[in-house]
Structures are given as C-alpha cells and as structure tokens.
Design a protein around this ligand. Structure first.
Ligand code: NAP
Length: 322
C-alpha cells in the first residue's frame, strides 16, 4: 500500500505527477486555502503533508497528524509552520530555498522600477486616452544611477538583488546579522542604512526579531525621497505606520508584494498613489513554480524513503540534537 499525502492546494503538474507515482494523494481540488477544521480532519492518517505559505500549520494540526512523518512546505519561508512542535515529534520540515531566488530578485527590481518611474499610473493614463503628446513634465520619476540601494537581509535573495544593482549603476549597502562576502557592497548598521539609502529593500525572513522591524521610528530615519520595497513578508513592516509615512510624504513611495494581514490590505493603502501593490507574486514564474513543485515533492518522497531532503527548516532532526 502506498503512503498517504495531503496536498493542500493545486500545484504545477510536474510535482503532482511525482507525488502520484509514490503516494496515495489527497489533493484539495478547490483553488483556495483549506479551513482549519478541514486541515485537522484531513491530516489524520496521512504520512506526509505538502503545504503552502498560506496554510497555518500550528501545533494542533501537527498533533492531529497521528502518522505524520514529514511536512514539505512549498516555500523558502516557513513562518507559517510551528517548527518547534514538528521538531518535538522528530518531523522534518522541508523547504525550497535557492530555486526561487532569481525570480524573486527580478520581481523586486520590477517593483523598484515601477515605483520610481510611476509605471502603473503611466500605463493607466495611456489606456485612458489621456496621452496627448510628449511633455517635458509628464510622469517625472527618480533616477537610479549613482543612488544607494540599502538591502536589509543579505541572504540568497538579497545578494541576487545586489547583483542586479550593478547594472543600474547603484551603490549597495546592506545589513544582516553578520557581514558577508558580497562584492562592491558595504556592511552597515540598520540605522546607517535607513539614513543613507535611496531605495530600501527588505529580504529578512519573518521571525520574532524581524516582526515590525520597520515602524514609524524607522520611517522617521529615512530620507523623504526614499522608497521602501517589501518582497519578503508583510509583518516585517508595520503597515499602519507605512500608510502614515506615505500619506504624509515622509518617504517618496513604496513597492509591496506582501502584506501584514495577507490577503487583506490595511484600510487606506489601496487609495494611495505613491505605492505599487502586487498580490504576492515574487516567485510566480512558470519555470520557478514548476521547480518548486518538483523539489517539494522530492523532499516529501526522500524523507519517507529514509533519505535526507534537499533543505530543512529543522536540520536538528537529522543530526540527533533534538
Ligand atoms: P536567506 O538566504 O535565509 O536570507 C535571509 C537574510 O536575512 C540573511 O542574510 C540573514 O542574515 C538576514 N537576517 C535574518 N534575521 C535578521 C535580522 N534580525 N536582522 C537583519 N538581517 C537578518 O533567505 P532568502 O532565501 O534570501 O529568503 C528571504 C525571505 O524572502 C524568505 O524568508 C521569504 O520570507 C521571502 N520570500 C518571499 C517571496 C515572495 O514571493 N515575495 C519569495 C521567496 C522568498 P544572517 O545570514 O546574518 O543571519
């Protein structure tokens, strides 16, 4: 008899096909997140769980998984999972780092360009038939050349964003918990970064330490001409303070892919014209999402076959330190 897996949402077929060859697959057929009650019910008797960043896998779900041997998250971030509860039961929590780095870095640059050059408003203006000829003052944005990009969190995605900055002739400064070997990028404190950078791009994971890393206090340190870009996780920024900073022109603008109470937007955000809003599409390319599905499937299969998965949020389950 095949082991059983619960897949919480439709995935690219390449990953599902791999799963079907090895597992007896229970797939949520609806293109929406399972309710907590449904998760609690469906996890019972399953050997494996393949979940998404939109699924909250808390202790009660992990406990309800009476036969659960692996949790494979279709994401690099894992703030949606109670990793401690999984580790206590010796359940590996697998993630998909690396493969979504380039797509997310590209999208970060799409946001930087969109907000500094008013791309969305200019597109709407043109579609609405308002373009009556070239004008010296139409949709003036800000240059990127010779400006400073400040990267908060210099990991895989932060480094890929920094690499692209070279092509735009930007200086790069960054902060992380420790300095890295990144060519042409200067390590600074968060305070220095906030006061010096023209573009501030967030790339830390969401943890207790980074929750509300950017609040009114940090906005007050930024240049009034600065732009904030967030493609990591919404709660890294206090969204109400961001709205105040944008409304009062305390900063020039923002580009967001993620939100504090996703998918809800804090009231007032969507009526601002100095912010570009995307629906969490950082890794959303056909190639990347397909690779993520394959890696997430392989992770679940490897664990049940007694092999090490590609990447883990709790490597301690394998090195015997639990
Ligand atoms: P990563 O390689 O682990 O890099 C994280 C970086 O954050 C590291 O440089 C780390 O510094 C730094 N960091 C951690 N805590 C910090 C703190 N308190 N203060 C300052 N820096 C801190 O992760 P990644 O692969 O680049 O991914 C980053 C995040 O992007 C993920 O966790 C996920 O939430 C998000 N993401 C979003 C999308 C999207 O669709 N929008 C797609 C993919 C990923 P040290 O190395 O010094 O510890």
């Amino acid at each position: 008899m095949k082991p059983k897996i619960l897949v919480t949402r439709q995935l690219p077929e390449a990953g599902l096909n791999q799963l079907r060859a090895y597992f007896d697959v229970t797939l949520n057929p609806a293109d929406q997140t399972l309710e907590k009650g449904e998760l609690l019910d469906q996890i019972k008797g399953k050997d494996a769980l393949l979940c998404l960043l939109t699924d909250t896998i808390d202790q009660s779900i992990i406990e309800a998984g009476n036969r659960l041997k692996v949790i494979s998250n279709y994401a690099v971030g894992y703030n949606n999972i109670d990793v401690k509860a999984a580790t206590q039961r010796n359940i590996p929590v697998c993630i998909t780092p690396g493969i979504l780095t380039e797509a997310t870095a590209d999208l970060t640059w799409a946001l930087i360009l969109a907000v500094t050059r008013k791309i969305v408003a200019a597109d709407q203006f043109t579609r609405n038939g308002l373009f009556h000829g070239w004008s010296p003052t139409l949709f003036l944005g800000s240059d990127l050349t010779d400006k400073t990009l400040g990267i908060v969190g210099m990991g895989r995605i932060g480094a890929a964003v920094a690499k692209r900055a070279k092509g735009f002739g930007m200086k790069v400064i960054y902060t992380a918990r420790s300095p890295k070997e990144i060519p042409d990028a200067r390590y600074v404190s968060l305070d220095e970064l906030l006061t010096e950078a023209d573009i501030i791009s967030l790339h830390t994971p969401l943890t207790a330490e980074t929750h509300h890393l950017i609040t009114q206090e940090q906005f007050n340190q930024m240049k009034p001409t600065a732009y904030l870009i967030n493609t990591t996780r919404g709660p890294v920024v206090d969204e109400r303070d961001l709205i105040t900073a944008l409304k009062n022109h305390r900063i020039a603008g923002a580009g967001l892919d993620v939100y504090e109470n996703e998918p809800l937007l804090t009231p007032g955000l969507s009526s601002l014209d100095n912010v570009v809003l995307l629906p969490h599409i950082g890794s959303a390319t056909v190639e990347t999402r397909t690779k993520m599905a394959v890696i997430a499937a392989e992770n679940a299969i490897r664990v049940l076959q007694g092999e090490k998965p590609h990447a883990l949020a709790n490597p301690e389950v394998y090195n015997g330190t639990v």
